[in-house]
Design a protein around this ligand. Structure first.
Ligand code: ATP
Ligand code: MG
Length: 553
């Protein structure tokens, strides 16, 4: 973990810029390409960009980087907006790089007029070949000598649709000997007769990333344009274009991408998992997408806390998913309502029960927060407990039920095991207990001390429910860097579905609500729930079961 209390390197830059008077306020942007759903890596970028503007009293734009007509879609635009809002951020303006197509086109003509761009008829193979290698300068070709007038005429022809895809491109007249390959006459416009999700068929030429991103930053007067490390080589071109176009001097700063163990963080790979049905859609709770984490029961607070804790790194690293789960547990512990749910039931008969058919007991919703009150829990002569909470021949220090032993039923009574029944195969089918009337929780005058407390549900009132228990999506820590196909490392046991018995107060639970099922973990209702048949996703276990498992091996 880095930067506990001090400033991160971007904050240092911003504070220096504000102090020197270079800027009087700051502007950042979050620039997603609408070609997939946002993932945890994007959450990091969102928290960073919006967080900086909040901290320094600036603004953040949401800018869709939609210059590639082929892969983009409005479905993605809508999901991105919903995800940013859910994370808790409000953008200053919603903008689209495609809104700047006319302006960008004007910038291109300006470069041509200055003799700084030319139309090239070469194929992409020829262009690649003439680029040289990092140790060998590139070669000029006959098109590079075209006059500004000819270039202008050809470029206008490109816009007017006079040429087919790939027939011509517009290139910057850079430096063919530059050690930075990106400065060797980069392509800034290509012909693509394709329908765009916003501009329709208005354009058949589209600007490349490098001729859209920095220019859009500049148009919006973004002061600090923050991106990930793979854009370091692009910075020279970013600055070169701003200088020669004589536009607002936005500056680019790079930080390390967020990588997290046991998952992949690339839209392309996530799309593959969806399309090839390794998961049930973008919001399958095993996915690292924001929509999946929301469905699984993660809270925006815990994701923001996680992004804060990992800090802003300048070198690639791999963050332990355990840290994210730690943040989630910490928040859910504060806000989740406690409930009792029996996963693997065994029937218990309270043989000396002489109370009413149903006795209403009361259980606090959250011991961490008395303000959220209590719920009613029905108790009756027959209840279910977890099969593993009874043992015929218990080992030492087993404080749950076994013949002659006492245990407390949470929020109810102390019971003593008086016997049990077995079937022909030797399986225990029923446990018999006697309850201690004076031991009722809240008004216990029995004076008895018992070590074990177990959860239970009344048999007559139990609600049948389904739980979905998730494990790591991949079996290996870093599926992206491992040799071979990343899909070979998927965890075949990443989803387990179980039928359970829940306390009746869970009947009307709605997606978005947060629960702790005592001893079983944190859960949230899934939208697949139907009236009378609730489905719950396990957000996270109570303790880090995975780390324990790893230590055993
Ligand atoms: P992917 O490789 O998953 O497709 P991307 O970088 O192409 O991601 P964009 O939509 O272009 O996705 O990203 C929007 C913003 O989010 C960019 O500024 C990008 O740098 C940032 N971003 C993307 N992935 C990460 C990550 N893993 N960690 C931090 N920031 C990220
Ligand atoms: Mg991208």
């Amino acid at each position: 973990m880095s930067e506990e209390k001090g400033l991160n390197f971007i904050e240092e830059i911003i504070e220096a810029d504000l102090q020197s008077g270079k800027h009087t306020s700051i502007a950042t942007r979050f620039p997603p390409e609408p070609n997939g759903y946002l993932h945890l890596g994007h959450a990091k970028s969102i928290c960073l960009n919006f967080g900086l503007a909040l901290k320094y009293g600036g603004k953040t734009n949401l800018r869709f980087d939609d210059t590639n007509p082929i892969t983009e879609d409005t479905e993605y635009v809508e999901s991105i907006k919903a995800d940013v809002r859910w994370l808790g951020f409000n953008w200053s303006e919603e903008l689209y790089a495609s809104d700047y197509f006319e302006q960008l086109y004007g910038f291109a003509e300006k470069l041509i007029e200055k003799g700084l761009a030319y139309v090239d008829d070469s194929t992409s193979e020829q262009i690649a070949e003439e680029k040289g290698t990092p140790t060998q300068a590139g070669k000029s070709n006959q098109y590079r000598q075209r006059s500004p007038e000819e270039n202008l005429m050809l470029f206008r022809g490109m816009r007017a649709g006079k040429f087919k895809d790939h027939e011509k491109v517009l290139r910057v007249k850079g430096d063919l000997a530059s050690p930075n390959m990106l400065m060797r006459d980069p392509v800034i416009y290509r012909i693509k007769h394709a329908h765009h999700h916003r501009t329709g068929d208005a354009w058949c030429i589209y600007p490349m990333y490098d001729f859209a991103h920095g220019q859009s930053d500049s148009i919006e007067k973004i002061t600090h344009s923050i991106c990930t490390l793979e854009f370091v080589p692009h910075r020279e071109l970013y600055d070169w274009l701003i200088k020669h176009l004589e536009i607002f001097p936005s500056r680019q700063y790079e930080f390390a991408r967020l990588n997290v163990t046991y998952t992949v963080m690339s839209k392309r790979k996530l799309l593959q998992l969806v399309q090839e049905k390794f998961v049930n859609g973008w919001d399958d709770p095993r996915m690292p997408t924001i929509s999946a984490m929301r469905r699984r029961g993660f809270t925006p607070e815990s994701i923001r806390d996680f992004c804060d804790k990992i800090g802003v790194a300048r070198r690639e690293n791999l963050i332990d998913v355990g840290l994210l789960e730690f943040c989630v547990r910490e928040h859910l512990n504060r806000i989740a309502s406690r409930r009792m749910v029996v996963f693997d039931p065994i029937r218990v008969v309270v043989q000396n029960w002489n109370g009413p058919d149903t006795e209403m007991l009361s259980g606090e919703n959250n011991p961490e927060n008395p303000d959220v009150g209590h719920r009613n829990i029905p108790f009756s002569k027959e209840i279910f407990i977890e099969r593993e909470d009874f043992m015929e021949e218990p080992p030492k220090k087993y404080f749950r039920l076994s013949p002659g032993q006492m245990v407390r039923l949470k929020h109810a009574y102390i019971v003593k095991c008086t016997g049990f029944k077995k079937d022909d195969a030797g399986n225990v089918t029923e446990v018999h207990v006697e309850y201690i009337k004076e031991s009722r929780s809240g008004s216990d005058t029995s004076g008895l001390q018992v070590k074990g407390v177990i959860h239970w549900v009344s048999a007559a009132h139990a609600l049948n429910a389904e739980v979905r228990l998730y494990d790591r999506l991949f079996r290996v820590e870093d599926p992206s860097t491992i040799e071979g196909d990343f899909r070979e490392h998927l965890n075949p046991d990443s989803l387990r579905i179980q039928k359970v018995m829940a306390e009746p107060s869970l009947a009307g639970a709605q997606p978005g609500e947060k629960f702790q099922f005592l001893r079983m973990g944190y859960f949230t209702p899934d939208p697949d729930s139907t009236p009378g048949s609730p489905v719950f996703n396990r957000t996270v276990t109570l303790r880090d079961a995975w780390a324990k498992e790893q230590k055993k091996q």
